[in-house]
Structure formats: C-alpha cells, structure tokens
Design a protein. Structure first.
Lengths: 301, 283
C-alpha cells in the first residue's frame, strides 16, 4: 500500500514537472492550429462576426495570381540559395575534415559567425552590398563583364531573387557545414583503413563510404532547409521596406509575406488562415519529395 | 578522421588546394562583416565607390550619432535584453524540469508524451500565428512583452535537449540517495540535478537567447508602440526612412547591435556548436 502510493506520487510529480510545456502548447500551439483549420472556412476580419464561407477562401487563394507569384518566388529563391549552399557546405566539410587537424575549431567558429547574426542585420549588410553601385554590381561588371545598365538588384525578375538567395546562402552555409562535419567525424576511421587495404582510391572511398554514411545528415539538412525555406519572410520583407510603402513588390513577395499581408495589412483573416493551411500541406509535400529525392541520389544501400 | 591523416601523407598539391578552398570559404564568411565595418566607419559616399572601398575610416562616431538621433537605440537594446533574458531563464527552468522528468521518472504514457513533444517540433509556427494573435488581443496582451515571453517559456527542443543530457549525466543512484535522505522531489532536482547539468544550461541558454534576440516576425506582429520596439524592429526601421538612405549610419547601428552577440558567441562557441550538432545527430 505504501509502495503503491509512493509510485503514484512519483507519477504525479513527473506530470507536474512536464505540465508547463503541455499547458503552453495546448493554449498557444494545439488550439490555434485547430482554430486555423476552422477559420480557413470562414470570412472574418478579426473583429466582427464570422460567416461561413465553405471552400471559397481556398478558391480565392488558389486562383489569386499574387499567391502563385509568391509560390514561384519562394521556390526559386530556395532552389538558388539552398542547393548550391548544401553542395558547398558538404565540399567544405570534407576538405576541412581531411586537410586540417589543428585549427579546425577556429574555422568552425568563423564559418558559423554568419548564422548567429540576425536576419535583419544580414539583410541590411547585403542591402548595401547589393546597392545600385555596390560590391555586387562591381563584381558583375568587372568580373562577369555585364553591362551596368542591365543590372538591377531591386526590381525586375532575377535581380532581387539573386540578392535574397545570396543572403540565405551566406547565413546558412556554416550551419550546414558544421552538421556535415559532425557527420564526417562520426564515421569510424577503420572503415577507410579497410577500404585502403582493399585498394580503394580516395574517389572510391568518398563515393562508396563517405556519402552513403553521410546520408542521414544530408537528409536532415535538406529537410530543415525545406521547412525553413518555405517560411522565408524577414529577408525580402526588410530588403523591400526601403521604399517606405507598406507593400512588398510582387517580385519579392513570398508565401509568408502573402499570408502576413492578408492578415495584418488587409484584415482578411479567413484567406490568411487558408494560406496557412495551404502552406502547411505544401511543407509536408515538399519535405516528402525532397527526402525521397535525396534518398535516391545517394544510391540504395 | 585522425586515422586517415596520420596513416596517409596527402599529396602536397592537393593539400595546398584544400587550404585555398578553406581560406576562400573563411573569406566569404568574414568579408561582409569587414565590409560592414568599412562602411560604418567611412563617409556616406563610401558605399557607392567602384572599385569598393577597402580601408576602415574615421567616421564611426559621426555615423553612430546620426543613428542615435533617428532611433532610440539604447532603449531598444534594453528592451531586447529584457525579453531575451526573461525568456531564457524561463526556458532553462521549465525545460530542465520537464527533461528531468522524462529522463528520470517512470510514469504511464511517458513514451507517448515524449513522442508528442518531438512531433510538435515539426509543426510550422505559421500555422498558429493568426489564432495566437487573436488570443493575445482577447487577453489585451497586444503591445506587451507578455505576448512575446509567455508562449515561448517552454520549448520542445529544450525539453528534448535537456532529456538527452540528463539521461547520461545525472546518475540515478544520486537521485535515490537524495530521496533516502528525505529530500522532496523538487529539492532533489534543484540541489542535485541542476548543479550537474549547468553545461547543458549554457548551450540551451545561448541558443534560446540568440533566437529570441534575433526574432523579427512575432515582435513585428505584436509590438505597436515604438518605445517598446526590440532592437531588430528598430534596425529595420532605419532602412525604411525616406530622407535618402545613409548606409554609413545604418551599418554603424548594425555593427553596434551585432557586436555584443559576437562577443558572447566567441566566448561560448564550443558549447553552442556542440548543441547544434548533437541536435542533428539525434534528430
């Protein structure tokens, strides 16, 4: 009897200890998520009464050309900012891991510095680098021989996307490099020894041992980049706030900026909720597809 | 891969090539910071020079006083410090308590509840933003720091991270001994477990502080009164002023706002980077 009550007490203590997270999540996580799904079927301006609207919010969002522009923008910026970034990060990690024994620490810290810098700071620093007569223009004209008049980082289709993709590239390169480095260091050295005895050269060892064993780490970074990338907001928002107007130009609008505008600029909470739901399903779809592709790329093991 | 480097002499040409790649990567990482210092310390025209300006100038004080005249920089710094500190302390307390329970107690539903904590990591925050905003306005918490701090007081990542650490570092015999000596459950946690897990506090603490300090979206939605703005909001405001963009002024403020974080990061980088990697290895 005494033992039983001691066990019950122990359980109660444990429940008390974990309760803050669950209470906070219930109020600020679970309930809002369910409410978002509910809200996506209603017309609401956040103040007046809610009126049932069926699937019209979804119809509105999915036939709105601005939404599809934001979708294309988000995708293009992420493809441009993430794929080269992950390849460079992997390359850097492999090089750093095999070339240096001393000094690895210092380079880890240097590569990681951009990631601790706030996105607002990164965006403003790169706003200057991408100003009309800034470093980016200088590189484009003097190294790539482009015509000064044809370059525009603030307007047009590609200019702003290149600028924002560069910010994404710069801020996350070191983060992903460090994850890959941790992955490389978790591969036991005797695997390479054995392969060498079997006569495998460096290239074979890279493709047959390193890459397959790195797969979980690569999938992790692809997944994180996909989820984070679809939520792209601050870079384009701050980059385009310079004009002083309350709207973001179409060339730089992302899906979360679209959501933000619907909710907090025009007070269409219903369509904003529908956007959030669409974004959620797109996140799931892209996570699955990207994980699948990454899995296939490394060959089946 | 110590074994590989020790067992095999690398081709010297390849080694030089590798060093060049590493140094080039470091240059890419550092150059924007250097550029920030160059522009922040030169006159307004320096940002538009071709080829670009390379030398650090003497106009920093001039630039930063212009920035101070436009925005309430120190006030915003104080606001950010307050929000980030309170959030961090709350996260450390609630997450270590929760992680301790998941690591060292047996209770019905433990596996399921912990799985649930991990599952919440995958849910994008955009999905809950609108209703949380409505809740905040119902509670009359719009334009208050409560709206920033209270939802962030316990994080799934924090509980996960603390559980991993406590499972391996706090031995169950110590806890049992404490219980036999008549300590209450909370006393055992506070007097025995907490002193052992201080390194984990350092990692989670820096992580939480940086994330809160750097957050932009949620403060943008919640804060209306400019005197309550956090440093990120105030910095973004600098860019939207219409009286001709003065990049020297903007980057001097960015420099001053970034410096304290850099110092903290450089002091604690080992713990921070280890935290990042262990999250991915386990995840």
């Amino acid at each position: 009897m005494v033992r039983l009550s001691e066990r019950t007490r122990e359980s109660l203590t444990a429940y008390t200890f974990i309760s803050p997270f669950f209470i906070l999540f219930a109020i600020f996580g679970l309930y809002p998520i369910l409410f978002t799904f509910y809200l996506s079927f209603f017309k609401w301006n956040a103040l007046g009464p809610m009126t049932y609207n069926g699937f019209n919010n979804f119809k509105f969002v999915l036939t709105d050309s601005t939404f599809w522009t934001s979708f294309t923008n988000t995708l293009l910026i992420n493809v441009m900012g993430t794929i080269p970034q992950l390849i460079c990060a992997l390359l850097l990690a492999v090089v750093l891991n095999s070339a240096l024994l001393k000094g690895k620490q210092i380079f880890r810290v240097i590569y990681f510095l951009p990631n601790i810098t706030s996105i607002v700071a990164v965006t403003l620093i790169f706003s200057v680098l991408f100003s009309s007569e800034g470093v980016a223009t200088w590189i484009a004209t003097s190294i790539f021989g482009m015509d000064m008049e044809s370059i525009s980082w603030r307007a047009g289709f590609w200019g702003p996307k290149i600028a924002i993709a560069t910010m994404v590239f710069w801020r996350w390169l070191g983060y992903n490099m460090i994850i890959y480095l941790a992955g490389l260091q978790s591969i036991p050295g005797d695997l390479y020894e054995a392969a060498k005895i079997d006569g495998a050269n460096a290239m074979v060892r890279l493709t047959q041992i390193t890459l397959p064993l790195m797969k979980p780490f690569i999938i992790f970074t692809v997944l994180m980049s996909t989820i984070g990338g679809l939520q792209l907001f601050t870079e384009p928002y701050v980059y385009f706030s310079q004009s002083g107007s309350a709207t973001t130009p179409k060339t730089g609008i992302t899906m979360v900026i679209y959501l933000y505008s619907e909710a907090f600029r025009t007070n269409f909470f219903g369509t904003a909720a529908a956007t959030a739901v669409v974004l959620f399903f797109l996140t799931i779809v892209f996570s699955l597809v990207n994980t699948f592709i990454t899995n296939r790329l490394g060959g089946d093991q | 891969m110590e074994t590989r480097a020790a067992g095999e002499k690398m081709n010297p040409i390849l080694l030089v090539l590798f060093y060049l790649v590493i140094l080039f990567g470091a240059f890419i990482s550092l150059y924007p910071f250097y550029w920030m210092i160059v522009i922040a310390s030169n006159s307004r025209e320096a940002a538009f020079k071709m080829p670009p300006e390379w030398m650090i100038g003497t106009n920093f004080v001039d630039n930063i006083s212009k920035a101070f005249a436009r925005i309430d920089f120190l006030n915003a710094l104080g606001n950010s410090f307050f929000v980030a500190s309170v959030t961090t302390i709350a996260v450390l307390f609630f997450c270590s308590l929760g992680g301790y329970a998941f690591a060292k107690y047996n209770f019905p539903g433990k596996k399921f509840l912990f799985g649930f904590v991990l599952f919440t990591l995958l849910v994008p925050s955009q999905l809950s933003v609108l209703p949380v905003y409505v809740i905040m306005s119902k509670l009359a918490w719009i334009d208050t720091y409560k709206a920033l701090i209270i939802p962030a007081m316990a994080s799934a990542f924090g509980i996960f991270w603390m559980r991993q650490y406590i499972t391996t570092s706090v031995h169950s015999e110590l806890i049992e001994a404490g219980r036999i000596d008549g300590c209450s459950h909370f006393r055992v946690y506070w007097n025995i477990a907490v002193p052992i897990i201080l390194p984990a506090f350092a990692t989670l603490g820096i992580f939480t502080f940086l994330n809160t300090w750097n957050d932009f979206f949620w403060p943008l939605v919640i804060l209306k009164n400019e005197s309550k703005y956090t440093i990120q909001l105030v910095l973004s405001q600098l860019n939207s002023l219409r009286e001709g963009v003065d990049y020297g002024m903007i980057l001097s403020a960015i420099f001053l706002a970034t410096l304290p974080l850099m110092v903290v990061f450089l002091l604690f980088s080992r713990w921070f980077i280890n935290g990042i990697t262990s999250g991915s290895v386990k995840g």
